[in-house]
Design a protein around this ligand. Sequence first.
Ligand SMILES: Cc1cc2nc3c(=O)[nH]c(=O)nc-3n(C[C@H](O)[C@H](O)[C@H](O)COP(=O)(O)OP(=O)(O)OC[C@H]3O[C@@H](n4cnc5c(N)ncnc54)[C@H](O)[C@@H]3O)c2cc1C
Length: 577
Amino acid sequence: MVTHRHEIVIVGAGIAGLAAALEAAMAGRDVAVVSKVFPTRSHSVAAQGGTAAALGNMEPDRWEWHFYDTVKGSDFLGDQNAQALFCQEAIDTAYFLEHIGVPFSRTEDGRILQRYFGGHYSDFGQGPPVRRACLAADRIGHVMLHTLFGQCLRYKVHFYSEFLVTRLLMHEDGCAGVLAWELVKGEFHLFQAKLTLLATGGYARLFQVSTNAAINTGDGMGMVLEAGLPLEDMEFVQFHPTGLYPWGFLISEGVRGEGGHLLNADGERFMQRYAPAKMELAPRDVVSRAIQSEINAGRGIDGKPYVYLDITHLSEEVIKEKLPQIREMAIKFAGIDPKKAPIPVAPSAHYSMGGIPVNVDCEVLADGKKEVVPGLFAAGECACVSIHGANRLGTNSTMECAVFGRRAGKRMAKLAEKTRFLPLPEVQVKMGQEEIKALFERGPKVKVGEVREKLQESMTQNCGILRGKSQLKRQLDILQDLKSAYKNIGLKGLPVAYNLALQEALELKHMLNLAEAIVRGALARTESRGAHYRTDFPKRDDKNWLKHTLVFMQEEQYRLDYKPAVITSFQPEERRF
Ligand SMILES: Cc1cc2nc3c(=O)[nH]c(=O)nc-3n(C[C@H](O)[C@H](O)[C@H](O)COP(=O)(O)OP(=O)(O)OC[C@H]3O[C@@H](n4cnc5c(N)ncnc54)[C@H](O)[C@@H]3O)c2cc1C
């Protein structure tokens, strides 16, 4: 087995991982990034619409307004200390990104161009919408990720690509590093680190229709759960209102930001019944539920489970200049020129609000509350700071990755000097090896794909946009069956080198564990808040539920705990749009 030693090991090469790597490398530290795909294939590359910062380039804007919108968008569950810090640091981070070379779209006088996005308003939600999303046509993630990658190479970050991390190596004094499997060769590698950062992204692939890349299976969160550490607010899963029907590919909110209308089978702009003031630019949870309700009421187009997103009234020039990728996707996949005909859309699983509980320096919390796990950090979509609470505002995620990735990098750079390497725990290394060995020794009684498809279908059906007690209970039973089936998955006779079935099997284990964490949290939370909508408890209940869920797993048993949401500036109020 090959052993590598780096002061800082970062798992994940999306925006969060690379922002952290760059900061730590710029501070002169020895940094390695381990990723299961080539860095620029991380899901961050797919971000379309923009990245949020109250620059005020188009009309006056203030970070305090961004703060209020983020708090309200989160349905008051986000932690306001973290949200305030995020909105302030977003401004500096946008300029940092500009200075390292991110090719933003420009205003006529050369400043960063900004566009409208759902949930972003002026004057503490009282004024008109404000253009806060910094854009690069409709490919913000692509330009951020490629620029960060180039800078990381310049600062000599070590990259280990197509290495699947399978396990955290936990010493009693903290995290000692990770165990990884080199996919191409089929070999184990040990990464010993003074400090380890998880930046492994989200888990929206747990659902049948998803905007996410196939690799978004929540591995980092799964490894944390396996290590006996908690996850936070897992029941809050964002469904993006506009996935291209029937595939679910993302049609950016930027389309509605540019003036797109949502229409039902009667040609009605139905958002007027759900959010009369904000219409199509209400936050995502509100728009997704509205679309689902229209579909459930039989007003989907031709009785099918989708509605129309109409931009035929926009000029050809706006569509081609500001939404080129969307146009291309509609033409290539659906055979529709969006200038001539409306685009078929339906909600699609998009984003995980919950994740690994961390403090504002991205240090992982052992009890989910205050106690820090020495040497272990998390940032980006896999972490829960919590900025997004029960619902994320569009464009806040890429910026969260950049802001908190940078914070993690700086913090780790500062700690690296005085931190020592811990010995690698042999028992855990052995367990990691045994796990893969056992998979290759078992015969294939059950196929990975079969279990995964059943998981995705059932999660969408029973734990989707609208969920109730009986559905959730049914889902728990289904999960027990799927977990039993998982034990019969085997890879006997298959080669070890570049064995993607092995990768899928290891990912599926995490997906099953995470699904149960989501369902248990959702079943316990007898209220509706943000993206979590209980058909049997349709109201928000601040008296009992203004708190974060913490879920622990031990020997396949789950335990829930709670901690209060941090409220510093804005008291909960009814969300009206
Ligand atoms: C289609 C789409 C459009 C979006 N548009 C926007 C937008 O316009 N604005 C916005 O703010 N947000 C947007 N988002 C959300 C945002 O892009 C993501 O939340 C964010 O980019 C996540 O970045 P990340 O760095 O946390 O993780 P990711 O970019 O998902 O990267 C995860 C990394 O972890 C690695 N990894 C995972 N597991 C393992 C493992 N076991 N071993 C080794 N490596 C591992 C992967 O290889 C990858 O490098 C969009 C999301 C999607 C899906």
